[in-house]
Design a protein around this ligand. Structure first.
Ligand code: UD1
Length: 429
């Protein structure tokens, strides 16, 4: 298994290209199941989760080709996928595939909408809490699906097609909103999704669905209205930049000090995180090319943050902010309200000398003058990158083990950081 070795203490200077968003790419690829024509996705990041989803879609008969690079292309630009679900040969998504990545469960909606049936294993994914799928099932039932749970599988049927309905989520859910949206676009009549997730990736998927001929309005607000259409066609869509990758590198620069341009990053996708960094004493400057992050000389202020659905501070940046706060002046408090078990990085950060006290959903972090390198274990996707951030500022060597979690969601993390002066390398097993 690969490991990442970091010698801390280098400032970061230069520029980092931000990749296409993982959390938009996955549902966009899944949306290809809604049409027998080709969906072309540009700016697709090179990630283990994307390859895993290629396998899952391949099992349904989806054909994916990766367009070759031409000379003169920017080596950092994402890949272009041509995805054709012309013939769906199998409507079952087996446990062996779905258990590796939770978002793959979302294939249930387009399979059901287009084929009238789907049998999808209950999901696995990051170990950050129970993460049930009850709201997703409720949404499909509202749209007229019959659902049974059989031997670990969700078996969904809608022999006479789905019909528009009102879906009111009791809690904001990204996966639930994607599921409702993808099921509703081919349903008969109007669907109104209330308390919808407002995450930018929902808006990106809705844009793509509209390019495919769907009629979706209100994405990005709490109420999404879908007028069902008879069929969808092919389209070309470019994936929006990854706001979590953006925030992660912003925190890395805040941690080490220095001055880095995050190319292609869009401030409106992570305003609350940028505001938090400003409060912490970091200089954040939006430019025509992206966002510049700088910290020179000044120390870090402690900040108090509570994770919330968009536009609040994202749970996917909670671990990275905690790493940053380990070196702030004073005491900060981070409250996690989205996932109940998302504090596995606390013990690992403690191995580097961080002082963190956990009480229910709140972590209290007492800033220390210095962290010291140590071997640490990556436990989930976002936690693993928080250990990289801490390692960049720790004295001596930090070895991050089990980096396959990192590869699921961060493209070329060691190359991007090394290009800005970090002493970081991958040690391949
Ligand atoms: C998505 C993101 C993930 C992010 C999360 C919250 C992708 C691929 N993943 O995950 O990176 O951390 O949003 O922003 O986009 N819940 C239920 N029942 C359900 C569904 C959800 O109780 O049927 C709960 C969850 O346990 C959690 C909360 O609702 O407490 C939010 O989860 P949700 O927004 O659905 O997260 P995901 O879509 O899994």
């Amino acid at each position: 298994m690969d490991r990442i070795r970091i010698i801390g203490g280098q400032r970061l200077n230069g520029s980092i290209p931000i990749s296409g968003a993982k959390n938009a790419t996955l549902p966009l690829m899944i949306a290809s199941l809604l049409t027998d024509e080709t969906l072309i996705l540009e700016n697709v990041p090179r990630l283990a989760d994307v390859i895993q989803l290629q396998r899952i879609l391949g099992n349904h008969g989806v054909d994916i080709t990766i367009a070759g690079k031409r000379s003169g292309d920017d080596p950092n630009s994402g890949r272009t996928l041509h995805i054709s679900a012309k013939h769906i040969v199998d409507t079952t998504a087996p446990y062996e595939l779905v258990s590796k990545m939770r978002a793959s469960f979302w294939v249930v909606a387009p399979l059901l909408a287009r084929m009238g049936e789907a049998k999808v294993s209950l999901p696995g994914g990051c170990a950050i809490g129970t993460r049930p799928v009850d709201f997703l099932i409720m949404a499909l039932e509202n749209l007229g699906a019959e659902i049974e749970i059989e031997a670990g599988y969700v078996v969904a049927r809608a022999k006479n097609g789905l019909r528009g309905a009102e879906i009111k989520f009791p809690k904001v859910t990204v996966g639930g909103t994607h599921t409702a949206l993808m099921a509703a676009v081919l349903a008969k009549g109007t669907t109104v999704i209330e308390n919808a997730a407002r995450e930018p990736e929902i808006g990106d998927v809705a844009d793509c669905l509209n390019k495919m001929g769907a009629n979706v309005t209100g994405a990005g607000t709490s109420t999404i209205v879908v007028e069902g259409v008879g069929r969808l066609h092919g389209a070309r869509h470019s994936v929006l930049p990854d706001r979590i990758e953006t925030g992660t590198y912003a925190m890395a620069v805040a941690m080490t000090g220095g001055d880095v341009l995050l190319q292609n990053a869009r401030p409106e996708l992570l305003q609350s995180a940028l505001d938090t960094l400003t409060q912490a004493g970091v200089t954040v400057t939006p430019t025509n090319e992206g966002i510049r992050i700088a910290r020179n000389g000044s120390g870090l202020n402690a900040v108090d943050v509570t994770t919330e659905p968009f536009p609040g501070f994202p749970t996917d940046l909670q671990a990275q902010l905690m790493a940053l706060m380990t070196k702030a002046k004073g005491t900060s408090r981070i409250t996690e309200t989205i996932f109940e078990n998302r504090f596995m990085h606390v013990q690992e950060l403690a191995r580097l000398g961080a002082r963190i006290h956990l009480d229910g959903e709140t972590a209290t972090i007492e800033g220390v003058a210095k962290l010291k390198g140590a071997p640490v274990m990556a436990t989930d996707l976002r936690a693993s990158v928080s250990l990289v951030i801490a390692g960049l500022a720790a004295e001596g060597e930090t070895m991050v083990n089990r980096v396959y979690h990192l590869d699921r969601g961060f493209e070329k993390v060691e190359d991007k950081l090394a290009a800005c002066g970090a002493a970081i390398e991958r040690i391949s097993a």
